[in-house]
Design a protein around this ligand. Sequence first.
Ligand code: AMP
Length: 308
Amino acid sequence: MGKLLIVGTVAFDAIETPFGKTDKILGGAATYIGLSAAQFNVEVGIVSVVGGDFPQEHLQMLEDKNIDTTGVEIIKEGKTFFWSGKYHNDLNTRDTLITDLNVLAGFNPIVPNNFTDCDFLMLGNLHPAVQMAVINQIPKRPKLIVLDTMNFWMDNALSELMEVIAKIDVITINDEEARQLSGEYSLVKAAQKIHEMGPKYVVIKKGEHGALLFYEGNVFFAPALPLEEVFDPTGAGDTFAGGFIGYLASTHDISFENMKRAIIYGSNLASFCVEKFGTERMESLSREEVQKRLQQFKELTQFEIELG
Ligand code: AMP
């Protein structure tokens, strides 16, 4: 069984979409990645930090999904990272209203002993200095390192982010962020520029328009499943990344062919995430439901064509 370590935020989110508004609910990049990766036969652990205001029941819920939370530090006198966002009518774009780093500011991550030999490492969205500190605590380089980041860190910690990008194998990034990072409008040119920064594989997420995987001049596309009900896209990108690396870790195969399957698994899981607010849908998701929807994915994209 693959061993997957995830670093990222475990957070409180307050979300507003055209369909409603939430108070502080469970969120965070590592939370969504963990819930998604736990759908596969992999040993999953999280490195993160929360404050004394974080309910034990959330950590228990993750433990109940076989996600090891030993690496989630609790700073009793501190407050948990808080993010608030508001989605536009198309649900594909959002404004960040509040980012309160709280305990994340000055966080010194410690990889638990039982995960220093992980073979898959997911650097979820948080400060690149924290991502780098985690890389440096793993003596034998993992088989695959995947990085997810966002515009907030490009704006606030670009040089540290570039150092991390130089060390990883796969970057997952959304289209606007790929443009910001590369300075190119065309996503093909953006991917080329990002390859030059380090990663052999570049995954560009396009929300409800699917995701592109670039590798050595090849490109593969996974659509997003057209859904009847989309309530809240928060965490879809992280759920995608969790499905992607969870599948690779469970199969122990990091070939380009298997990565194609992995982005389909990632898209499939993300399609569930958006059906309810916050983590609710991912918490109740069964493997049977996942398998059933994979069939729909196959039907969506499969066609026969004669090439003359
Ligand atoms: P996504 O919708 O996949 O981009 O991820 C949304 C999650 O990212 C939310 O649950 C937030 O708590 C978390 N988040 C938002 N901003 C940041 C940030 N600057 N660093 C780390 N995590 C963040």
